[in-house]
Write a protein that binds this ligand. Structure first.
Ligand code: ADP
Ligand code: MG
Ligand code: MG
Length: 252
């Protein structure tokens, strides 16, 4: 049983006008095997939360902590966080010309475990994982993210998750830009890894659509840089019906 604890997290982003505070005391605890949906309006700081947990250099943690199994990870590099068991899709390069999917995944696996996986097993593992995601085998020989469609990018993310076997995954707007078929394949992938490995999931989303496919155990309403309310899956239905207005502080 692992836990990812975000405690009183304050984060500023570097801008041309200096550091701008975005997260203002975010609290959230996720256990292995749990799926937590983080829902909130645009600009509430959901992606900032994901980047801060990922260790993106532009996002400075000014207060609070992020604990993975009790160990504070805020001073770790993004690579060290990955080795500790965090999977954050956006830490990976957007496009890697000249590096095939197959080589990229093997390099990532090697970096994680400190040992190159035996090629004869690895090729089969990649093939199996791609089959489950209904990906064409030729995909393994394409350059990473080069000319990928939105759906292919998301499948590639889930493929990484399937092969790298993290303890926790932070999925930021995984549903954006997917048609229903791609959404189903990607959701099935998340559900399968969750069921098979006890993956803990932080599922960040603006819309409830993906929650028809990935059933959260807990829902957190994220507004103005912190968790404003939390509840069970029924909270997502309530947000769908009522929106986020009642959680926002009065605007001047
Ligand atoms: P969400 O993902 O909930 O839509 P974000 O975390 O992307 O919210 O953004 C939260 C706020 O932080 C927004 O007001 C956004 O403009 C601001 N912000 C985020 N990143 C930057 C950045 N790199 N430079 C300037 N402002 C930023
Ligand atoms: Mg579960
Ligand atoms: Mg966002």
């Amino acid at each position: 049983m692992s836990t990812l604890e975000i405690k009183n997290l304050h984060v500023s982003v570097e801008t041309n006008e200096g550091p701008k505070p975005i997260l203002k005391g975010a609290d959230l605890t996720i256990g292995s095997g749990e799926i937590h949906a983080i829902m909130g309006p645009n600009g509430s700081g959901k992606s900032t939360l994901a980047y801060a947990v990922a260790g993106h250099p532009k996002y400075t943690i000014t207060d609070g902590e992020v604990l993975l199994d009790g160990e504070n990870i805020v001073d770790m590099t993004a690579d060290e966080r990955a080795r500790a068991g965090l999977f954050l899709a956006m830490q990976y390069p957007v496009e890697v010309p000249g590096v095939t999917v197959s080589n990229f995944l093997r390099t990532a696996k090697t970096a994680l475990t400190g040992e190159a996986p035996a090629l004869r097993h690895w090729v089969g593992d990649v093939k199996d994982a791609m089959g489950k995601l209904r990906m064409d085998p030729d995909f393994a020989q394409r350059d990473v993210n080069h000319g990928f469609s939105g759906g292919e990018k998301k499948r590639h993310e889930i493929l990484q998750m399937e092969l790298l076997k993290p303890k926790f995954a932070v999925l930021d707007e995984t549903d954006s830009g997917l048609d229903v078929d791609a959404l189903r394949v990607v959701s099935d992938g998340v559900n399968r890894v969750h069921a098979e490995t006890g993956l803990g999931v932080m599922l960040i989303t603006h819309y409830t659509r993906i929650l028809n496919y990935i059933k959260p155990d807990h829902v957190h309403v994220f507004v103005e840089g912190r968790v404003a309310a939390q509840g069970g899956p029924e909270l997502a239905d309530q947000l769908e019906a009522e929106g986020y207005d009642k959680y926002a502080s009065a605007k001047v």
